[in-house]
Design a protein around this ligand. Structure first.
Ligand SMILES: Cc1cc2nc3c(=O)[nH]c(=O)nc-3n(C[C@H](O)[C@H](O)[C@H](O)COP(=O)(O)OP(=O)(O)OC[C@H]3O[C@@H](n4cnc5c(N)ncnc54)[C@H](O)[C@@H]3O)c2cc1C
Length: 537
């Protein structure tokens, strides 16, 4: 079933609030009254300019696509001009498509992908690769200044071969999470990659954005699972060597992972797999506060423990979690929650899981954690893909709801956490909610994932969002955090990219662009700093 055009999930799916009345009382108590959130009743009503791809240009792309579909109908173009970030959904709901793509193509083969890129390069037409369409950083916007074609990978969606001796599989890039996992599970294997967007995002999109799954502390981010890959670019292709490791210059896989469609199209990848776990065991704990919890998490990963799930909410997020599950405990008059909720889970065989708990419980006990048993862990597992449905519900009530993320080393973790939080609170105003959690941990540091909520400023919804986003991103860069830990750069973080990578980094990235895409047709306006930002002074 296709996703609903105005939000997340299928048409009749919604977020199951256990106590809606209690939850909305809590929300309005915190955010104040909220207004109306208008939505057009059909995408056919969206304001979409005619396709700029005409005559011979259109014919050349259509011919290159061969049997693959080539579509220029306005609603299809509208839908494929956005990702699923807050601003995307707000604009689509209003039917505002200021910069639609001019055509969508669905190639069936890698040869067709190559032919489309070559035809586009010859004619100066921009190409935007489209996997699952779940970008939250403006990664799928059409080129504003020239005709633009969106290249949908959805038909390149096969598991080509599974090698159970090496535990690797060759997979086409357009496959979505559930279809991929199902086919790997049939061989007793898993990729172990479960982003919250799992149901609708694609392997190619994960690799192109260096995605992080909910179990990355055990399985690693997606770039760690790439064994080799193929990139089709204008005028050629790159197939990286199929070896487990090499000392043959810089790692070509890592030049392509995170390239966000600006170098070419990832058409297939060979992925490292793991055996499916025999046992999964997730439990809840509560700490006196976020500070104590962070120290415990740091010690857990520093002693080489690899939990599948290590998710620590700060105090505000713990309170909102309670408001969703047991609203009566956080209604007006109830004291603010001063506790930090941890979901910790191990998976693997019996011995691995048992050893994990033995080590972890000793560390948790030393930091004042109290056990809540398996209930919260099971609830987290059941609801781990539900967040985006709640965003739709909040949007229906004219509430801005979005997330952003970064990462840093343990020594700087709490300073960065507070600095970004303060910047966001100042930008959002008194009646907003800013909350955060740690969900991806490494021996040297961890991620920080913020969620922010406020009543929408009617008529200034996008300006309001930009104010919070800019304040947070500026604080991240000034305090040495990762410009993005797993969402990518896209269009939204691009203004900070030159400051983040420095002039040397910017020059290296632009040289790579020149090598793969000298005509500059691939996903213009994303990821890469502008040439003037890379110039030597
Ligand atoms: C509700 C929600 C939850 C999310 N949760 C997570 C999460 O837990 N972890 C996480 O990492 N991200 C998350 N994201 C962000 C998003 O899902 C990821 O960035 C994901 O990797 C994008 O995959 P996709 O297939 O949807 O790519 P798309 O959105 O289609 O594309 C993303 C970018 O990659 C490029 N691209 C796509 N496919 C290819 C290809 N084959 N070759 C070259 N370039 C390509 C596109 O041009 C674009 O720039 C979430 C997003 C939403 C909306």
């Amino acid at each position: 079933m296709p996703m609903k055009w105005w939000g997340w999930g299928e048409e009749d799916e919604t977020f199951p609030l256990p106590d809606p009345e209690g939850f909305w009382t809590y929300v309005h108590n915190r955010l104040g009254e909220t207004g109306e959130s208008p939505r057009i009743d059909s995408l056919a009503r969206a304001d979409v300019r005619p396709s700029r791809l005409e005559g011979r240009d259109a014919e050349a792309i259509r011919r290159a696509a061969g049997d693959g579909a080539f579509v220029t109908e306005a609603p299809v173009r509208a839908l494929h001009s956005f990702g699923k970030g807050y601003c995307d959904v707000v604009r689509l709901r209003r039917g505002e498509v200021a910069n639609p793509t001019d055509a969508v193509v669905w190639p069936d083969t890698e040869e067709q992908v190559a032919a489309i890129l070559d035809a586009a390069a010859e004619r100066g037409i921009a190409v935007v690769p489209f996997g699952g369409g779940t970008s939250v950083v403006g990664g799928l916007e059409a080129a504003p200044d020239r005709p633009s074609v969106t290249l949908h990978l959805g038909r390149l969606n096969r598991v080509v071969a599974v090698d159970p001796v090496a535990n690797i599989a060759v997979v086409q890039a357009g496959i979505l999470g559930p279809a991929l996992e199902q086919q790997l599970n049939a061989h007793g294997l898993t990729l172990g990659h479960f982003p919250q967007s799992f149901q609708y995002s694609s392997l190619g999109g994960w690799i192109a954005t260096r995605s992080g799954g909910q179990k990355s502390t055990l399985y690693g981010k997606i770039e760690e699972r790439v064994h080799s890959l193929r990139l089709v670019h204008p005028g050629g292709s790159l197939s990286t060597p199929e070896v487990p490791a090499a000392a043959a210059g810089p790692d070509l896989n890592q030049l392509v992972t995170g390239s966000e469609g600006v170098l070419g199209v990832i058409t297939r990848a060979t992925m490292r797999l793991a055996p499916q776990p025999e046992r999964r065991d997730y439990r809840g704990y509560v700490f006196p506060g976020f500070v104590e919890g962070i120290e415990a998490c740091r010690q857990l990963v520093r002693c080489e423990l690899r939990p599948a799930v290590l998710r620590l909410s700060d105090e505000p997020e713990t309170e909102v979690t309670l408001a969703m599950r047991a609203p009566s405990s956080v209604q007006p008059g109830a004291p603010p929650v001063h506790a930090s909720l941890l979901i910790l889970g191990f998976e693997g065989n019996e011995r691995e899981v048992g050893w994990g708990w033995e080590q972890a419980e000793a560390i948790l006990g030393r930091h004042g954690a109290q056990t809540l048993g398996s209930g919260p862990g099971e609830a987290w597992e059941r609801s781990r893909y539900d967040g985006p449905y709640l965003r739709d519900l909040l949007l229906d009530h004219a509430i801005m709801a979005d997330t952003l993320e970064t990462a840093t080393t343990w020594g700087h973790y709490l300073d960065l956490y507070h600095a970004v939080r303060q910047a966001m609170v100042a930008a959002i105003g008194e009646r907003g909610i800013v909350m955060a959690h740690l969900s991806h941990s490494y021996t040297d540091g961890g991620s920080i994932y913020y969620t922010f909520l406020a009543a929408q400023e009617q008529g200034n919804e996008l300006g309001q969002w930009q104010r919070v986003k800019s304040a947070a991103t500026q604080a991240i860069v000034e305090h040495g955090g990762a410009l993005s830990h797993h969402h990518g750069i896209g269009r939204d973080h691009r203004p900070w990219m030159a400051a983040y990578v420095g002039r040397g980094g910017a020059r290296a990235l632009l040289a790579l662009k020149q090598a793969f895409d000298p005509r500059g047709i691939m996903n213009p306006g994303k990821l890469l700093p502008a040439p003037e930002e890379a110039a030597v002074e």
